[in-house]
Design a protein. Structure first.
Length: 147
């Protein structure tokens, strides 16, 4: 329930699904990163409100990358990143295609942004939970502290 409350708080402040996903991930790490959150705005509404791939899914993929991606030249991408992203996409598709006919924002919202309050919060929270599950399965400390 804590994740849902945080989501509602961020939504009231004007953030979108993809941004909320990363902000909640950064919360776990005890960090903030306005530049990262600003960049996530481009994924909102299915890639710039074009209705394409759901921002909860793309945000979830980005959150996995925050933990396992390459950030500086000397740092390798962790080999499990692609597997985790693929697992998330498969889970998301298996979970939401039967309910909404696909994983595109416009499919999930049935072409009507007014459906967002009734559908998106649960999708974001469930996707956030799945991301955390995938990370823990691969041995990641959700606080972001390398062990």
């Amino acid at each position: 329930m804590e994740d849902l409350e945080r989501l509602k708080e961020l939504k009231q402040k004007g953030f979108f699904c993809s941004q909320i996903m990363l902000m909640m991930g950064l919360d776990l790490m005890g960090k903030t990163n306005p530049d990262l959150i600003r960049s996530m705005n481009g994924l909102a509404g299915g890639l710039g409100f074009s209705g394409h791939v759901c921002g909860a899914l793309t945000g979830g993929c980005c959150l996995l990358g925050l933990y396992a991606g390459k950030g500086i030249p000397e740092e390798p991408q962790k080999p499990e990143l692609d597997v985790m992203v693929q697992d998330l996409v498969k889970w998301f598709s298996d979970e939401y295609t039967p309910l909404y006919g696909g994983i595109l924002c416009r499919e999930i919202l049935d072409g009507n942004m007014q459906n967002s309050p009734s559908r998106c919060p649960n999708i974001v929270v469930s996707t956030f939970q799945k991301v955390k599950e995938l990370l823990v399965e691969k041995g990641y400390d959700l606080t972001g502290i390398e062990t």
